[in-house]
Ligand binder design. Structure first.
Ligand SMILES: Cc1cc2nc3c(=O)[nH]c(=O)nc-3n(C[C@H](O)[C@H](O)[C@H](O)COP(=O)(O)O)c2cc1C
Length: 687
């Protein structure tokens, strides 16, 4: 009954990199158009809402770290945790949309935890939660979840207009424009990306600096109608020009993403290549001079730091050229404002006194997988009917497979623009949909007990080919930039001091989970870190070595230090064994009790019981690992790839508990979760 319905609802979101923010604001906008009174806030703005006065709540949250809430959810989680009354939210109906990634073991952990807590506090779900997967494309779950939300919402919330009255003009127009029926007036014209047999038919492929996207449009030719198109993104951003020319001479842009700690410009001090020239991946070790910022940049091994890296200048300029933006305009001072009644995306709120070039390099992400909303927006500014149709097809239900194909090719914004050459969206409109540029995080390699003036870190240069049959070369954003700044060193193990003054904008990100050398020195430490995952452990071992030296100086030789075991993995022992000299020295000096190395491309790896990966080594030493865990209260640390390694290591640990602790596998897996909560099994993962 209408009288029992709530007069409005509230949306709360928590977002680390902008997706949940984007989706929430879209729900807010569409709900308003559908006649639902509603407000939308980020969870941390506790002063902006009052749950005791709300009756209907929509929660949207992503994850960071190892299934952790985004930073801007922390206060809200704390708030919910402190509530004692089990009926505190019994007046509230809610639903939840989680944005996660199945590459991580703790898939959508935050949404699951939040749902559990809401129910514990008496709130009742009015619509099943949605758990979207970035690995598959968020839209696959998010779009139908939102489409089905409206009728459920109408049952609990007053809707001032009937849903039938709500007509998505954009959607209807698109269908009209299309009326595809297999025939098109432009049938004669060659499609830029038509690939009937998976081969490119357009010979003019070599467009400078952009790669045409390969697609099969046979489904489009068959389609009668295109359905489930996203709405045309709301007009939000306005570029306000001032006539002043800006000269950008510092490495810190004038506006920046919100960072958890202050940004400083650290000087690039030295570079060292950690891999052989023939290694499959090149790994670089860099050192930053931070002695002028020691107060701001306190750290311990296990912490990481963020680098503010720009998009490639060449890519940014090429995009501006493709959009037809005059070269004289790109360094002019501009500010970004929102059109009346809208709110700027949070990453553009401080974009004042900047320039178009700076905005493209530092403000927006030009290389991450495109959202359907971008394609939908591009379609609106595409003159050529065939290209427009293709863009609409790609974001429709009928184009799902080709949208996945498009994402497999990891297109940049430039690739999209060269694939659809008649598409000329105004830059302002692109700002409405492009995600924010993200800082890149790296684990600190060194212990401050050895050197407080330096910050050392290691990374693989991101340079790869997209899968068959595309085989297009792709580069990362930050690592090629750092590689360029440090002179593309290729010879292994030579520390090269850098004399040119190069500043890198950085900020600290202390590890929030106690991923650090334990205060209790007697606890054994089991470290598992293949590849660059070894980085924080070099710092752990250095730290321990210094602790031992200090204790010896104080003549506390009787102090018992827990054993340190390191499980390391590489492909080829001669080519990519990172920090080999250091690690072998630690072993020789007895700081490391065991240094176990799995060499995955060794001729006998994986044969006759020979280990191939770290998880095989763990199983092989299962009895001893079990004893360390069972009798000596050892702590396990895992660092590296979330996708394959962390899952396999978790499985190996569970098997060890089964084999040596004589418990069931399901109980072993539960015990590992318990250890994670108790912080005796800590992971620092990336995908
Ligand atoms: C560093 C990092 C860690 C992540 N950890 C998890 C995780 O543990 N579980 C999960 O389901 N998703 C995880 N994700 C995936 C995010 O939840 C997903 O990409 C989401 O779309 C991000 O939304 P946002 O932009 O609103 O933060 C992680 C993503 C990143 C970048």
């Amino acid at each position: 009954m209408t009288t029992e319905k709530s007069s409005r609802f509230l949306i709360l979101y928590a977002s680390q990199t902008g997706n949940a923010e984007w989706i929430s604001k879209n729900i807010h906008q569409e709900a308003s158009e559908r006649g639902f009174a509603n407000e939308c806030h980020v969870m941390e703005e506790l002063d902006e809402f009052d749950l005791s006065k709300e009756n209907v709540l929509i929660l949207v949250t992503s994850n960071t770290g190892d299934g952790d809430p985004p930073d801007n959810a922390t206060k809200f989680f704390r708030f919910l945790r402190k509530i004692k009354s089990k009926t505190f939210l019994s007046h509230l109906k809610f639903t939840i949309l989680g944005l996660g990634d199945t590459n991580y073991t703790n898939f959508n952990n935050t949404a699951k935890r939040l749902e559990k807590r809401m129910i514990e506090l008496g709130a009742a779900p009015f619509y099943d939660k949605g758990l979207a997967d970035d690995a598959m494309g968020l839209e696959t779950t998010v779009d139908p979840w939102i489409a089905n939300l409206w009728p459920e919402l109408a049952k609990v919330c007053v809707q001032k207009r009937k849903d039938n009255d709500f007509q998505d003009k954009n959607l209807i127009e698109s269908i009209k424009t299309l009326s595809v029926n297999g025939k098109s007036e432009n049938n004669e014209k060659s499609l830029p990306i038509e690939t009937p047999n998976g081969q490119l038919v357009d010979k003019k492929m070599n467009i400078v600096n952009g790669t045409k996207i390969v697609l099969d449009l046979s489904e489009l030719a068959k389609a009668q109608q295109l359905t489930a198109l996203p709405r045309i993104p709301t007009v939000i951003c306005k570029i306000i020009k001032s006539n002043e020319k800006r000269t950008i001479n510092s490495s810190t842009p004038s506006f920046l993403m919100n960072t958890p700690t202050p940004i400083v410009n650290a000087r690039l001090e030295a570079v060292r290549c950690l891999t052989h020239p023939e290694a499959l991946k090149r790994t670089i070790h860099l050192e930053l001079d931070i002695k002028d910022f020691q107060e701001k940049l306190e750290f311990i091994p296990g912490d990481s730091f963020g680098i503010i890296a720009p998009n490639s200048e060449k890519l940014s300029l090429e995009i501006l050229k493709t959009l037809g933006i005059d070269e004289n305009e790109i360094n002019q001072e501009i500010s970004i404002e929102s059109v009346e009644g809208t709110e700027l995306p949070s990453h553009l709120k401080n974009a004042k006194s900047t320039s178009i070039k700076e905005l493209l390099q530092y403000g927006v992400d030009l290389t991450s997988l495109p959202r359907k909303a971008l394609l939908r927006l591009m379609a609106e500014y595409t003159a050529d009917e065939e290209e427009k149709k293709t863009l609409l097809f790609l974001c429709s239900k009928q184009g799902t497979t080709q949208f996945i194909r498009l994402r497999e090719q990891v297109p940049t914004l430039l690739d999209l623009l060269v694939t659809f050459p008649s598409c000329k969206p105004p830059l302002e409109r692109l700002l409405d949909v492009l995600p924010s540029q993200q800082p890149r995080y790296y684990s600190i390699v060194n212990s401050p007990l050895v050197n407080r003036d330096l910050l050392q870190f290691a990374f693989n240069i991101v340079d790869y080919k997209t899968p068959d049959p595309y085989n297009t070369r792709k580069y990362g954003v930050c690592t090629p930039w750092l590689d360029n700044l440090s002179g593309y060193v290729k010879e292994r193990n030579e520390r090269i001091p850098l004399t040119t003054k190069i500043n890198i904008p950085i900020f600290m990100k202390p590890n929030p989970h106690g991923f650090a050398v334990p205060a209790d020195i007697s606890r054994p430490i089991i470290m598992i870190g293949p590849g660059t995952g070894v980085a924080p452990f070099v710092g752990f071992i250095q730290h321990r070595e210094q602790q031992i030296i200090v204790e010896r100086k104080l003549n506390n030789i009787e102090k018992i230090f827990g054993e340190m075991w390191l499980f390391y993995g590489c492909r080829d022992i001669e080519k990519d064994y990172l920090y080999r000299e250091e690690l072998e020295r630690f072993l020789e000096h007895g700081i490391l009790k065991e240094l176990l190395v799995a060499v995955s491309r060794a001729p006998n790896a994986g044969l006759n019981g020979n280990p191939k990966y770290v998880q095989d080594l763990l199983r092989k030493r299962g009895q001893e690992i079990y004893e360390l865990l069972d009798q000596k209260n050892a702590i396990i640390f895992v660092c590296g790839d979330a996708q394959g390694m962390a899952k396999s290591v978790n499985d190996a640990l569970a098997d060890i508990l089964v084999d040596h602790g004589k418990i069931k596998k399901s109980d072993a897996l539960k015990l590992l979760v318990q250890w994670m909560n108790d912080k005796r099994y800590l992971r620092d993962l990336w995908s």
